[in-house]
Design a protein around this ligand. Sequence first.
Ligand code: HEM
Ligand SMILES: [Cu+2]
Length: 565
Amino acid sequence: MIEENVSLPRIHYLNSHYGWKSWLFTTDHKRIGLLYMISITLMFFLGGFFALLIRLELLTPQADMFTADTYNKFFTLHGVILIFFFLVPSIPGTLGNFLIPLMIGAKDVAFPKLNLLSWYIFVIGSLFTLWVVAVGGIDTGWTFYTPYSTTFANTHVIAATLGVFFTGFSSILTGLNFIVTIHKMRAPGLTWFRLPLFIWSLYATSIIQVLATPVLGITMVLLAVERFARVGIFDPALGGDPVLFQHMFWFYSHPAVYIMILPSLGVVSELISAFTWKRVFGYKFVAISSLLIAIFSFIVWGHHMYVSSMSIYAGMLFSILSYLVAVPSAVKVFNWTATLYKGSVSYDTPMLYALGFIGLFTIGGLTGLFLASMGLDRHLHDTYFVIAHFHLIMVGGAVMGYFGGLHYWWPKMFGRMYPEWWGRLSALIVFVGFNLSFFPQFIIGYLGMPRRYHVYAPEFQVLNVMSTAGSSILGVGYLLPLVYLIWSLRYGKVAANPWRAKGLEWETASPPPPENFLEQPIVTEEAYNYPTRPAQPTKQTGKLTGGLTPPSSTTTGTGREAEVV
Ligand code: HEM
Ligand SMILES: [Cu+2]
């Protein structure tokens, strides 16, 4: 359903300035979004490469390819790269940077130079990590648990923790920037409860980024200091306590899992609304649930430590609090389902990703409840069940949301469509590959296969072969978009708003002009105010009833009525 007779605007943010300097010194949030996109894509494929190496080794029960030490380095690099250098910055850095000002009718973020600085800090952190990869790796696991990381590991722990420390600053500054932007830069008339749900979710994410990330920074510094100067913070021999490290680490890292998933929850709300052409059911509940998730995420970290000498009463408290997080998450799932109910859904690529997200996020969340039950966790802790649980949420959820959002806003970013058939095919491949990779892991974990070993009992082989086969399929599913999205930059059909979606970001040209809007938009209605179908064009101009005043002159065909019969 590509619009006819759309042409690219003559001047837009991509061609308004030329040369590499205009990119490396840009303060345009849209260009910075693309800089992030390029950097995190590199990290995504690097981290993914290590994943495939891990799965290759696990094809057989014996050690065929790597020594235990090498294997330890591979899963550590896999985790460190994909968590800190892909998932945490992914949606905020790319889609968030690109879209927040557009969605709230602003010219840029509140602090454009700080925004550029955040990207540079991210790059410095990434370079540290790449350096670690080049000179021999690190083998502590992405959690850097002490006393191994402080006392026994003979790999590049300090450099790796410095890399994480740096990228943490980038995350904090991005969060700060977004909070101020959302508070101060909204277009006239854009009240809090008219904001798109994606903005709400990024707002909640930013709060976690600002409040939790400093704790990670301090933890990394203490780790480096202890390793370097042996000062007895975590080492019992020197009067320290290794469990302290776990408290500090999870005080960041549990909230951080919501830094990774909340933005995707926001993307999915946008997609559900755009592809059912309805307002999200229970909008206010969905908006507030993001804030509740952010708040609850701070008080449940102890569920990672039931088996680290925690008292049974502390465990009970963390267990009950963990169940509480499920409530606002379920609110979202129920409300999306209610939105889909009786909606006429169009199954375009972004929507396929959104539907995949809902299913996988739900299973991921429910298995989190299993783990949050102290008794069950004693059996499942440090098994493949945990691996399956968090990959369902972080890959089946967060990454799916990112891919869905990327496809949805691609024509906005570049003014061209990707090939829809290829999009749907790869969404399907991703879904099948994903499930084949991770579903068997619930079973092997339940049967007792521990995580982080490169040899295993022969009876686990069949399920491991399934998982490895699935991850190869998944790899293909991720490579395809890389190819056709790049292809589309040049050959894709010109499109301005192929979904005929509502939202301020679609009220300006695609790709947008450097200053976003030619005139200051004024908002007069709530988000997603789609007319009830079948919609009637008010005039021959094809403009919808209601809407934003004044619609920018560059707007092209925002009336989906053309294809509604
Ligand atoms: C919504 C997003 C979520 C994400 C991104 C997420 C992510 C993760 C990650 C990364 C781990 C593994 C940490 C490690 O390497 O040791 C993990 C473990 C765990 N998750 Fe989740 N999780 C989510 C939701 C939940 C929920 C809703 C609950 C419970 C209500 C939960 C309970 C747990 C528990 C108890 C563990 C520890 C299991 C163990 O180590 O024995 N998770 N999760
Ligand atoms: Cu947790």
